[in-house]
Design a binder for this molecule. Sequence first.
Ligand code: SAM
Length: 233
Amino acid sequence: MVAVKLSPRLKALAENISPGSVVADIGTDHALLPIYLVENDICKEVYACDIGDGPIDRARSFIRKKLGEESDKITLMKCNGLDGVPEHCDTIVIAGMGGELISDILSRGYGKRKAKLILQPMTSIEKLRRYLYENDFHIVDERIVKEMEHRYYSVIIAESGSQDYDRIDIYASKPLREKHDEVSLNFIEKIYRLQREKIRGMRTSRLTKEEELRYETAVFKDLESYLEDEKKI
Ligand SMILES: C[S@@+](CC[C@H](N)C(=O)[O-])C[C@H]1O[C@@H](n2cnc3c(N)ncnc32)[C@H](O)[C@@H]1O
């Protein structure tokens, strides 16, 4: 049987999973990540969770096909977010969804858990970072994965426990700013350019509130000064 091959984005999630951990993959779809973790002897107990009947059916047949007798190492769960996901899962992966949906899943279901979070938002990354900082989580790591020419994915590792944060951390977290590598700097530069466009748009709109423009300009200046220090602009 041909082993599952992960894309760089999914591989980056797997690289953050410690051997022997009990993982819940929320929004598993084809269960690619859980299958990879079992096939590679990284985990012996994985919960593959999804809200949709289609994904659950697809995952079931894919797990059987790929793992055969080892299929029982993966428990398939049809559930909304973390509803009913066992508390002993020490690692929770929520990937391939919007940042707002990820925040919503955490606010409804994380509760008093202590599990490590591996989050990969497709949109609204700033909203997700803000949610984490404001809701007693801290970002222990963040890395950018590039696929194809211009597709950047953020992988955020978070744990429970509060953290002080500055305005810039919402747009480029401290662990990300401290990477200093090309892909992280290119990603931050992209955020900086988008922020410049946003301000230009705000300046020409009659609906813009002065206070909001001041805040967004301050964010832009923060990003600019970071990129100047890094000699990126
Ligand atoms: C685009 S796929 C991502 C699959 C995989 N996690 C990845 O990163 O490639 C999103 C999956 O999340 C599931 N999903 C959406 N909302 C969900 C929720 N509230 N709870 C559980 N699964 C959800 C969808 O059914 C879909 O299978």
